[in-house]
Structure formats: structure tokens, C-alpha cells
Write a protein that binds this ligand. Structure first.
Ligand code: SAM
Length: 222
């Protein structure tokens, strides 16, 4: 099971029982995904609970997600958005038919399939198409959890799609601690460091980096 960076199994168990119970579809998604070789890509249960409460705080009715995998984060957020408004919509971007087929199964069980539009294409193309279609300024929430070297392009496109006061979340910004190791100059690590510095100095957002999950950068559009 994915857990937040540096937490002991005891604290993870405590968090699980302190947070609201997971929807059965989320529990099944987490349990079945834990048996896949790429299981560590899944967000943690406590991060899902955080994203649900954030969606509620934003009264989110339109959201986008980059990086669906087997669907934990999209199912969690769509469940909350559908409670807020039956016509709420989540744009889900991924490139994997195989993984998102599993996500569809959990969306069906959670009865959020009608609230999620899956687009299988490189996410930058999908966001460009939405911007070109006049959807700029219409989104309440964005979650970015895919290729790290693409984060800067998602940041710029996401900022265009968000409304004022809307929030973008960037996952894995602590990268298992590798961002704090000056010897690590790999493309992914460097891209994450550059994004953190950019958001910190960017007058277009209010930004905070947190240690939720593998590090979550929270950017509020000014
Ligand atoms: C870390 S996983 C997402 C985990 C997911 N948010 C969850 O809650 O389990 C990353 C996903 O990004 C997708 N991906 C990678 N590159 C992409 C790209 N250029 N555009 C869209 N999706 C991409 C992968 O196929 C994979 O499913």
C-alpha cells in the first residue's frame, strides 16, 4: 500500500482509522492495486481523504486530473464532486488503456463513471485542446500526478484553466527525498526542484509545499 513519506506502519494505521471510512470502491482499488508491480504509483489513502476535503472546501464542480493509473484519486475526488453537484465533471487524462480500464471498473462501482471524462492522449495535448475550446478560467481544481518532466508545462496550462481561487496540486514533489540530495541531478529530480522554485517566486499563485503523500505542492491561483 502507498503511504505518506516517512510514516511508520503504526501511524499509517492510526490515520486510516482516524479518517472517514473509505468508499468500498476505493478500498477495493487500493487492495487490488497493491498487488500490481507499479503499485507505488497510487496515492495514499490519507492523501485521498485530503483531496476529498479540499474539493469540498473549493465547492469543486469542474476538475482535471493528469495521471489516472488505476483510478484511486479520480474516484475519490469524483465521489465528493458528485455529492456537491450531480452535474460535476472531472476531466481525466492518461495515456494507458490498460491501467485506466481498471479505473473504469472502480468508477462504475462508485457510480461516478458519468462524472468522469477520460481522454487517452498526452496530457499537454488534452489541456491545449481545452484551452483552445474556451475552457480557460472554468476549473476549480487540478491534480497533477504523471511524468515529472512535464510538470512545468502542466503548471502553465493548468494556470490558464483554473478560475481565480482555484487550486492545483502537484504530487511527488519530495520524490522520496531525492530533491534534497544535491548529487541527484536526474531529469525528474531537476524538474521537480525547478517547479518548486518557480512556484515559490510566482506572483500568479499562493504556493505551499507540504509533506502529504510523497510531497504535495499546493498552488492557489491569485
Ligand atoms: C503516478 S500514476 C497516477 C496515480 C493516480 N493518480 C492514482 O491515484 O493512483 C501516473 C500516471 O500518469 C500516466 N502518464 C504518464 N505520462 C503521461 C502523459 N504524458 N500524459 C498523460 N498521462 C500520463 C501514466 O500512464 C500513469 O497512469
Amino acid at each position: 500500500m502507498s503511504t505518506s513519506l516517512g510514516l511508520s506502519p503504526e501511524v499509517v494505521r492510526y490515520l486510516a482509522q482516524a479518517n472517514p471510512p473509505e468508499h468500498p470502491a476505493l478500498a477495493r482499488c487500493r487492495e487490488e492495486t497493491s498487488r500490481l508491480p507499479m503499485a507505488r504509483m497510487q496515492i495514499s489513502a490519507e492523501q485521498g481523504a485530503f483531496m476529498q476535503v479540499l474539493a469540498r472546501m473549493l465547492n469543486a464542480k469542474r476538475a482535471f486530473e493528469i495521471g489516472v493509473f488505476t483510478g484511486y484519486s479520480s474516484t475519490a475526488v469524483a465521489l465528493t464532486m458528485k455529492e456537491i453537484d450531480a452535474s460535476a465533471r472531472l476531466l481525466a487524462c492518461d495515456i494507458s488503456e490498460e491501467w485506466t480500464a481498471k479505473a473504469r471498473d472502480y468508477w462504475r462501482e462508485a457510480q461516478v463513471e458519468d462524472a468522469i471524462e477520460l481522454v487517452l492522449a498526452p496530457a499537454a495535448e488534452t489541456l491545449d485542446a481545452r484551452i483552445a475550446a474556451g475552457e480557460g478560467g472554468r476549473y476549480d481544481l487540478g491534480f497533477i500526478d504523471a511524468d515529472k518532466t512535464g510538470y512545468d508545462s502542466y503548471y502553465e496550462r493548468g494556470l490558464q484553466l483554473l478560475r481565480k481561487g482555484g487550486v492545483m496540486l502537484f504530487d511527488n514533489v519530495l520524490w522520496s527525498g531525492k530533491v534534497a540530495d544535491p548529487a541527484d541531478t536526474s531529469a525528474d529530480t531537476s524538474a521537480l526542484r525547478a517547479l518548486a522554485q518557480k512556484a515559490r517566486a510566482d506572483t500568479r499563485v499562493h504556493a505551499a509545499m507540504t509533506n502529504i503523500g510523497d510531497g504535495l505542492l499546493i498552488c492557489v491561483k491569485r
